[in-house]
Design a protein around this ligand. Sequence first.
Ligand SMILES: Cc1cc2nc3c(=O)[nH]c(=O)nc-3n(C[C@H](O)[C@H](O)[C@H](O)COP(=O)(O)O)c2cc1C
Length: 346
Amino acid sequence: MPLYPLIRPILFTIGAERAHRATVAVLKLLPPAGAAKPDPSLATRVAGLDFPNPVGLAAGFDKDAEVFGQVLRLGFGFAEVGTLTPRPQEGNPRPRLFRLAEDRAVINRMGFNNGGFGAALPRLQRRPRAGIVGINIGANKDSSDRIADYVAGVRTMAPLADYLTVNISSPNTPGLRGLQDKGALDELLAAVVEARRGLKPPIFLKLAPDLDRAGIDDIARVAIGRRMDALIISNTTITRPELRSQHRGEAGGLSGAPLKALSLGRLRDFRSATGGAIPLIAAGGIESGEDAFARIRAGASLVQLYSALVFAGPAVARRICRDLKNLLVGAGYSNVAQAVGSEPAS
Ligand SMILES: Cc1cc2nc3c(=O)[nH]c(=O)nc-3n(C[C@H](O)[C@H](O)[C@H](O)COP(=O)(O)O)c2cc1C
């Protein structure tokens, strides 16, 4: 019998951030039993990496690279740690993380709280090179040279990462999203690509859902020009679709079910703007096999989730994989790649 429906009400009586810390502590103490045998029909190759399945854990859950091994054993096909910044930082004052249970949503204004590269490094260095672990890098809030922070992230983390994610889309570090403007973006990506020279990992760029068509076209052009290996669409939104929960007025980035339509729309926009020139990775409100299948059909080669883990619990990756497999088979596909972009482009 699944345990999470029993544990969830207890977890939900404590504050969201304490509940998150408790979850990480439990994962450390009681590592999950281990993944079942991967299903070959879910295996997929993206950016030169072989993913056992296309369902990944999005950044922000394992900010300090403490439990990525356990996360992979929950059935995720890959785990993204971070966002890590060069120096440790506290993040914003608490409370800064809110569960909107009635909306199956989360609002966070964590502000890149993390222990910095130095704290995460030994854990990443010790890791067995099994499973796909991406390292998401960012800039310190008080940095005088943000581009230099990303360059340091590439130099420090590239030898340890299966892929790197350049995160310029957190709404909680003032000005960070300005790096999505075409001039700033081109300068950043040129520096990042130069820093990776001679090193292996592909570089993914993570973007906000709060972009208009002109902005998307500019980003697509720069990302193709600088040979990004994939785009992650999307981070949290600062917009507020209709919400019911008492915390709906909190400032920060909104994720979970209410982000679904917005991220799917942006994925379609990026598909048409990139014309298939760069693999796309979907995130935002994915909570079911149907959601994953819809993103894949709309052009995503992989998907990621975070908020659904809060509401559906640790079995969510396995359930999505099982349902996705059935949907693929039912639609006549024998693997994920065949279904990518099978919806007519808009
Ligand atoms: C509490 C919390 C913290 C997050 N922290 C980060 C982060 O540090 N870096 C990042 O790139 N995205 C971060 N995200 C965004 C997620 O990775 C993801 O893009 C977003 O939540 C949409 O997916 P979801 O609806 O499945 O949660 C965070 C999300 C949440 C809910």
